[in-house]
Write a protein that binds this ligand. Structure first.
Ligand code: V47
Ligand code: SF4
Length: 418
């Protein structure tokens, strides 16, 4: 029995989606459109049941820093308030010292993304990875979007496989999901016509997956795109995932209007639209392991609720983020680790600190909470068959045997088949 199979729903479209998912089939674009029109709470119940079947009560986070080494960019995407021309006021290029000041001792992951600098060579970008890895060899490095990788191919006149191989040798661990925007030629021509489209973006990610570099994928929503275009975007991602299985997480990015002129300054996406987009992403992308509630763009408040609408990852502590904040994001620059843990407890979930590949590093149950490890193996099914903890104080955490043994020894997990 699963949460999805036991769920009783009143809305016909959400119930039809439930039946379809139980049969193991992907939802169609039309079914996705109907979900966007469905009552938000019903949609949330199905997405939450779906995510509970996969991840139990776990919500992942990481102790990370965002590093945006330069905002100088040869492109000028209309939705981007971050990029500057080289001589424009506010243009910056970090020194080695400034870059290394982002490598705090407590972080386990660094996320590097920035502009396409008019003077930098590929080696300057490689050097940044080498510096941070030298400073902290156990740091996970998630760096450079497909847009940057394609730029490096142009700079070096080498194929993406070579560029990715060099980055990997320098210490790259995973690719972030940026630069995907919306995979619609109509939107591309309107908002970012100089930038790579869907074909090149997917080509880079497929090549990375083949080289054993896993990646994320984003959707920039809440500007001029239609609901149909959001769903087409999700379906394209799902098709590539069926082929490569290399995507770790899907990240809906709520558009920050800032001074872009696309919308007025305070015309942020509504919380209902944010929650529906998270929930529909969870249900459409049934082959992607994780959905991220990126609090920087959603706000911490909406991200907290999103953890009951299908999201199972909060990204991380982040620190000094520039892209969203230059476009007027109202979230703080950083959330302390303790605050992230509190947010996840507030959502009634179990905080799990992770590495870039979602291996659990630490489990943080709330006071008086009992954590039971639900082993994700078929031979463990009898153990859990009738196990339906009625109390909110019992949290389920699917864990592999090695992790279960370690957390049981450390005392953060109370029971499980050992
Ligand atoms: O590609 C630019 C977006 C992205 C705006 O992989 C904007 O774990 C909203 O990709 N409003 C970069 N978004 C950020 C990104 C990301 C963030 C968090 C986690 C991960 C991950 C990736 O930011 C860009 C672009 O799509 N962006 N301008 C704006 N005004
Ligand atoms: Fe440059 Fe990226 Fe901004 Fe486009 S979104 S202008 S490529 S920094």
């Amino acid at each position: 029995m699963s949460h999805v199979s036991e769920l009783r729903l009143r809305d016909a479209s959400v119930e039809a989606a439930r039946q379809k998912l139980l049969s193991g089939d992907h939802l169609t674009q039309e079914e996705g459109v109907r979900l966007f029109d469905a009552p938000v709470m019903e949609l949330g119940r199905l997405a939450d049941a779906f995510v509970r079947d996969r991840h139990g009560d776990r919500v992942f986070f990481t102790v990370n820093r965002q590093l945006n080494p330069t905002n100088v960019c040869v492109l000028a995407c209309k939705f981007c308030d971050y990029a500057k021309k080289p001589d424009a006021p506010g243009a910056y290029t970090m020194t080695k010292e400034q870059i290394l000041s982002h490598v705090d001792p407590e972080i386990t992951e660094i996320h590097i993304v920035g502009g396409l600098h008019n003077k930098w060579r590929f080696d300057d970008y490689l050097q940044i990875i080498r510096w941070v890895k030298e400073a902290k060899p156990d740091l996970s490095v998630k760096a450079y979007t497909a847009v940057e990788i394609d730029f490096f191919c142009r700079l070096t006149k080498k194929p993406a496989e070579w560029v990715l191989g060099e980055l990997k040798a320098a210490g790259l661990d995973a690719l972030p999901g940026g630069g995907a925007e919306v995979f619609s030629e109509r939107v591309r021509k309107e908002l970012f016509k100089q930038k790579i489209g869907a074909r090149t973006w997917f080509d880079v990610h497929k090549k990375a997956h083949r080289l054993g570099i896993q990646s994320n994928v984003t959707l920039l929503y809440g500007h001029i795109e239609t609901i149909q275009e959001r769903l087409e975007h999700m379906i394209q991602v799902r098709e590539v995932q069926d082929e490569t299985n290399g995507f770790l997480s899907f990240i809906p990015l709520a558009f920050q209007p800032g001074n872009t002129g696309i919308k007025t300054r305070n015309d942020f996406t509504s919380a209902v639209d944010d929650l529906k987009t998270i929930a529909v992403s969870r249900l459409m992308l049934d082959n992607i392991p994780h959905i991220k509630a990126y609090w920087v763009m959603l706000t911490a408040e909406v991200a907290t609720i999103a953890l009951n609408f299908g999201a199972d990852d909060m990204d991380g502590t982040v620190g000094e983020e520039r892209i969203a904040h230059d476009a007027g994001a109202i979230s703080p620059m950083e959330l302390a680790k303790g605050k992230l843990i509190d947010i996840i407890h507030d959502a009634g979930k179990l905080p799990v600190e992770r590495d870039v590949w979602y291996n659990p590093i630490e489990v943080y149950p709330a006071k008086d909470t009992v954590v039971v490890s639900k082993m994700p193996y078929l031979n463990s099914v009898p153990f859990y068959h009738d196990f339906r903890p009625a109390l909110n104080e019992v949290k389920l955490a699917p864990l592999m045997p090695s992790a279960l043994g370690r957390f049981a020894r450390e005392g953060s997990v109370s029971a499980g088949p050992l």
